[in-house]
Design a protein around this ligand. Structure first.
Ligand SMILES: [Zn+2]
Length: 472
């Protein structure tokens, strides 16, 4: 064997020998990198024993049946030996106090993120929709069962942990959202994550981040339902043969499927408040997600970083204060911090002004950033589209513009989960706050929104907290 061939030969042998440990190392490494497990738990309330009040529209809407079962849906991620739970329940929302109760029994988790789809066709879990405005619509036994079922579902998802490959897709769907309040700004980007069993094309599950109120069945419906979410999930499961979860994001200001033109396959427009429209909307969303995945790109979802901050928000809304006094609202109330009060950006408040404690957090999954927002944020706050000059009829014409943290967040992919770990109501740009006449945009009466918000400084304080989290 000539000398140079011998060198090539020995080099090749050396490379083959070396490549064995390297190959097996990198394979093991990718296998141990990220695992995912899915599960869901049925949280459909029992009817016929106690009244079940349906949440979301008026008072005293008693459930008379079940259209489709409602669920708490979970995926668990495991990376670098740590576990993270993500929950989305077919409910109107849950207060932070209840989420923290659940977390006490999941201390082996690095993070538990509990959110709701904000369904307006499920049981009251906040207390606001009882027989009268002065009576809570929640049932303590049912609330307890949500907690227990969710914890069990997380444990079941954990048993299903499977090494996975991940891809991501985005698509803009303005035709699937109606914006009910000017300025008309929609967060219409559907983000879809696909998880396949590692090194195969076998789907484990699909996760959607979408920004619409599940309320297609309207205020007249008296049957418990997950609204379009359930129909969309069923369709995705059928077509992909994997699991599916939909998270609800920026739905303030007001993102809805009502008043939206949705046609059936024959081109006939479907009416609000019908199961036909609700099912069709669900299928359109499912198909849009599945189609977007044709152009999905591989995405790294590790390392995982969680950043959290607890903050106080002044409770200015007199209805909320009354609800707390009447025992309708079951959450801890704190004193507003007077030091914070001294900020020139905030309205002046007296000593002992009531405040709610909430939590903002960011979850960074490798190349994907998720802002976990404890309520219903107006999309203009995320998209940097709050008008620089307020309408002259707005209540706080000279209000400071909130921090544009979401626009500044420098990460390849980003989205938000709303009603995350709390439901504090609408998060409205202060420049758009409009309770006092005259009203902006030529409106004869006050726009809907403020009545379900803690107050005009909520958005500023939330955006400041996020600004701090992303600049850490
Ligand atoms: Zn809402």
């Amino acid at each position: 064997m000539p000398f140079n061939i011998r060198i090539v030969f020995s080099f090749t042998v050396l490379m083959i020998i070396l490549s064995f440990p390297f190959n097996s190392y990198s394979e093991n490494n990718s296998v141990s990198k990220l695992s995912i497990g899915f599960s869901d738990g049925d949280i459909t309330p029992n009817l016929g024993i106690k009244p079940v009040y349906i949440a979301g529209f008026g008072h005293n809407r008693k459930a008379e049946g079940v259209s489709d079962p409602i669920f708490t849906r979970v995926f668990v991620l495991r990376a670098d030996g740590k576990k993270y739970a993500f929950v989305c329940a077919d409910l109107i929302g849950l207060f932070k106090d209840q989420v923290d109760e659940m977390r006490k029994e999941l201390k082996d988790y690095e993070n538990v993120m509990f959110s709701c789809t904000h369904s307006h066709e499920g049981p009251d879990t906040l207390g606001l929709w009882g027989q009268t405005p002065f009576q809570s619509g929640t049932d303590p036994d049912y609330m307890n069962s949500i907690k227990n079922i969710t914890i069990n579902t997380i444990r079941n998802a954990e048993k299903n942990l499977t090494p996975c490959d991940t891809s991501i897709a985005k698509v803009s769907l303005p035709d699937l959202l109606h914006d009910g309040r000017p300025p008309f700004v929609k967060m219409d980007e559907l983000v879809t994550l696909r998880f396949n069993k590692a090194n195969t094309q076998n789907p484990l599950g699909t996760i959607l981040f979408w920004h619409c109120h599940p309320e297609t069945l309207g205020s007249g419906n008296k049957k418990i339902s997950s609204d379009f979410v359930g129909y969309a999930i069923k369709e995705i499961k059928k077509k992909t043969k994997g699991e599916a979860i939909i998270f609800t994001g920026a739905v303030g200001g007001l993102m809805t499927s009502l008043k939206l033109s949705i046609k059936n396959e024959q081109g006939v427009e479907l009416k609000d408040g019908t199961f036909e429209k609700t099912e069709r909307y669900g299928h359109l969303l499912a198909d849009a997600s599945i189609n977007s995945l044709k152009k999905a790109k591989p995405v790294a979802l590790t390392p995982i970083t969680i950043r959290k901050k607890e903050i106080l928000l002044p409770v200015d809304n007199p209805i909320y204060r009354l609800a707390k006094q009447m025992g309708v609202f079951k959450r801890e109330i704190y004193d507003w911090d007077l030091k914070l009060n001294s900020s020139p950006n905030l309205n002046k408040r007296e000593e002992k002004h009531p405040a709610a404690k909430t939590e903002v957090s960011t979850i960074t999954l490798g190349e994907l950033g998720i802002g976990c927002i404890p309520g219903e944020i107006y999309p203009e706050l995320l998209l940097g589209k709050v008008a620089k000059i307020a309408e002259k009829e707005a209540d706080y014409e000279d209000a400071p513009t909130e921090f544009e943290w979401f626009q500044k967040w420098n990460i390849p992919y980003k989205t938000v989960i709303g009603l995350a770990n709390d439901e504090i109501g609408y998060i409205i740009p202060k420049k758009q706050w409009d309770e006092k006449a005259p009203f902006a945009y030529g409106n004869k009466k006050a726009p809907y929104g403020e009545i379900n918000s803690l107050g005009p400084d909520t958005a500023f304080l939330i955006s400041k907290a996020f600004e701090d989290l992303i600049s850490k």
